[in-house]
Design a protein. Structure first.
Length: 157
């Protein structure tokens, strides 16, 4: 049974931090949460890309964070009720590898959310997950994340 998000008030639910909130999907997640009365913190390497200068998002705040950097992730999660990880990578460049973003960083967000007392975690991925894919494909990284149990290890009671 789906939870009715309109039943509880925003003040009972608390702050939602969205990693990747400046990306294609993340912007839509932030907008949806704001449209439904949630307070949102958009955590991004590029916080200047949040909203627009002509129409700032009421009910939102920004945090400069890189999901590969533990201190900035922990700071962005501080005081959050929930977290959405919508960070994605489709082309590897330098240190930005599929494993670094889709496996290691996603597990880091989950672990730090758990350690910080975050009650809800949603991980969104557009890469699919196929452990049989080649080691260098984003689908393979998704498969390694899924089979690693990273979220179960870090978020289950």
């Amino acid at each position: 049974m789906a939870e009715d998000l309109t039943y509880n008030t925003v003040s009972q639910r608390g702050l939602i931090t969205v990693f990747g909130g400046t990306g294609f999907l993340g912007r839509r997640i932030v907008r949806h949460l704001l449209d439904h009365g949630f307070q949102v913190r958009t955590a991004s390497r590029h916080p200047e890309r949040v909203g627009s200068r002509s129409r700032p998002d009421p009910g939102s705040e920004t945090a400069k964070a890189d999901i590969r950097d533990e201190p900035t992730v922990a700071a962005a999660l501080f005081g959050s009720y929930g977290v959405v990880n919508a960070v994605s990578l489709y082309v590897e460049r330098g240190r930005a590898t599929f494993d670094a973003v889709h496996v290691e960083a996603a597990a880091r967000v989950a672990r730090l959310a758990r350690e910080g007392g975050v009650e809800r975690l949603i991980h969104v991925s557009g890469i699919g997950a196929d452990p049989a894919s080649s080691r260098t494909s984003p689908r393979a990284a998704g498969g390694r994340l899924r089979s690693s149990g990273a979220f179960l290890d870090h978020m289950s009671a």
